[in-house]
Design a protein around this ligand. Sequence first.
Ligand code: MTE
Length: 323
Amino acid sequence: MLIKKPDDIKGSEITRKGDQESFLSRRTFLRGAALAATAAGTAWLYRRLAFPEAVTQSGEKIGGVKVSQPPIREALTSLEDITHYNNFYEFSTDKDAVASKARNFVTRPWTLEVGGLVHKPRTFGIEELLKLHTQEERIYRHRCVEGWSMVIPWVGFPLASLLSEVQPMSGASYVAFQSLADRKQMPNVSTDILDWPYVEGLRLDEAMNSLTLLSTGLYGETLLPQNGAPLRLVVPWKYGFKGIKSIVKITLMDRQPPTTWNIANDHEYGFYSNVNPQVDHPRWSQATEQRIGVFGRRPTLMFNGYADQVASLYTGMDLRANF
Ligand code: MTE
């Protein structure tokens, strides 16, 4: 996902189909080979599938997390991969470098401004948000437009519960999101690789769907900077780039808001960005995906496997035109 090529981007980091596939298959092959070679590897995989291991990250434990959905029967992606294979262009375009470049990102204090077409516009402190909303664990598939996927035990609360608090007006039909853009802390915000701040959008009914989360953590602890601390969006039936990180502003609107990747390249990245194995990206097929840490490619599921809950949102729409 890259349009302009600044000097600091290594050639190997620019998404080209061949490069990406060979990188992913090399990475997966090495892991897969190491695992397949040992009975211990098989047992490890089984344990990850049946009983996710207790793992720790350096965030803080989130208290009183409610497990609100039966976990999907797929192995969780390791904490190491979730926190060290990231897209967060404000810090780096190198997925393996985001964690270290974002290490000292300051996420407290933090405020979220919610306004636009609402009856009760309000600015929330992050601690207040954590107190106001019961934190839930939701294990979701996470499918990147680039062709890799993960399974992540997010912690967060439904976006719908925040929106209900500010009371959208009848004319509100879209929700716009904006990330922090801080030149002092985020090295790439001084470059023109993307337009800053990073922005995203949803239709109001997508935002109100009970699957849509504002995430505050994963694996039971507060988010680390590389995953979008202290607050990021998770929309599990859409490609990962809709999951805007480190959100500072949410605005209810009467028209479709601009989105960063659509501004960068509207031919490749549409507003909807629903996971759809039948609609290829202009440069590669979306029919299969590489689950990070698992050997072999798997078929990509329509709406990332969430069709039962979300297909009705798009009844009558041409999903090729509205990609
Ligand atoms: N949000 C901001 N602010 N900046 C970004 O560069 N990258 C997006 C999305 N949210 C991005 C962002 C992309 S391309 C993806 S795939 C996901 O974050 C990656 O989330 P993860 O690193 O937690 O897996």
